[in-house]
Ligand binder design. Structure first.
Ligand code: GLU
Length: 325
């Protein structure tokens, strides 16, 4: 049902862009990309353009397998779990601008998507009701701070588990494996990261996507914006030539624009984990127990089929959990 609504929303957006491109008449011709000739502002709020640099970005922090997490426990004992029960709501950080993962259902206005449903399953196990969730809207750049400040219990927002982030926050086991790629308009001639030298690329600040872009293609000018939806807007407005982030996120953008396509090879593994404040081991073990239930009772398959299969291809096996104790 939700997926159906997401498609209605995508079709509406698509219809508007088709009509606009076609002058409300004939079949639309693919619009010209006009690389190097960018539309002037207005840009989305807080957009920022960094010129190409000669430096190739900072090296990635190294550690033992960052996806190894604590063994699941359904004991449901511990101060952080007790605090959520006393409050009666699980406070979840996510954003409303990630189609397929967390976006507003156009009919009900409520948040929907794969990440929203993962959060609801944690609330179901902890509080007995998947609806007992309170959302805190976070940009990608705000996720770690929200966990460090304890303004959220968990973050469920296409968040890659990395060694660097592990220094500040904890993570569940991997609940989805994504891969960074490039999104461009179909007639753009952009087929890989190499083609982005001298071009403008959009990504979101505070992400692994931005770090990798700096490392792999320092000769690109990088526009950072607050949300992935903003990246689609600046691509459609011809203010950038491409967008680069996880294939899972890009698939959500492709659904909203018939002229966009994901191109080039995968550039990285992006294991998504539920972000949890550092030291909240009771919560880590509890969330890992929920994820284990989702993998084994068919819920993970159902959610993948509902939200992602039509955009990313046949439902794979859920990621195998790796435990470190
Ligand atoms: N997975 C990437 C990250 O965690 C990008 C996705 C996002 O920020 O929403 O940085």
């Amino acid at each position: 049902m939700n997926r159906h609504r997401a498609r209605i929303a995508a079709a509406l957006i698509l219809g508007i862009s088709v009509l606009a491109a076609a002058g409300c008449g004939d079949a639309p011709a693919p619009p010209s990309t006009g690389q190097g000739d960018y539309t002037a502002p207005p840009l989305p709020a807080n957009a920022d353009l960094t010129p190409p640099s000669t430096a190739s970005g900072t090296a990635e922090t190294e550690c033992a397998d960052p996806t190894a997490s604590l063994r699941p426990s359904t004991a449901a004992q511990g101060p952080n779990l007790d605090a959520v029960r006393a409050r009666g709501r699980l406070v979840v950080g996510l954003d409303p601008g990630s189609n397929l993962f967390s976006f507003r259902d156009p009919i009900t206005g409520t948040l929907a998507g794969f990440d929203v449903d993962i959060a609801a399953e944690i609330a179901r196990d902890l509080l007995g009701d998947p609806g007992l969730v309170e959302y805190r809207i976070l940009g990608s750049a705000d996720r770690e701070k929200a966990l460090q400040d304890h303004t959220v219990d968990v973050v469920v927002k296409t968040m890659t588990i990395t060694c660097d982030r592990r220094e500040h926050v904890d993570f569940s086991t991997t609940y989805l494996m994504a891969h960074q790629r490039v999104l461009a308009l179909r007639d753009s001639g952009i087929g890989s990261m190499a083609d982005l030298a001298g071009k403008r690329v959009c990504t979101v600040g505070g992400t692994t996507s931005l770090d990798r872009l700096h490392r792999i293609q320092p000769q690109a000018a990088i526009m950072t914006v607050p949300t992935w939806a903003d990246c689609l807007v600046v691509l459609q407005q011809r203010q950038v030539d491409a967008v680069s982030t996880d294939d899972a996120v890009l698939a959500g953008l492709v659904e909203q624009d018939i002229y966009a396509e994901v191109t080039g090879p995968p550039l990285s593994d992006e294991p998504y984990g539920v972000g949890i404040p550092k030291g909240n081991d009771d919560m880590v073990r509890f969330v890992n127990a929920t994820l284990q239930r989702l993998r084994s009772d068919g819920t993970w398959d159902r959610l993948y089929r509902q939200w992602l299969e039509h955009a990313l291809g046949p439902t794979p096996e859920p990621p195998e959990p790796i435990y470190r104790d």
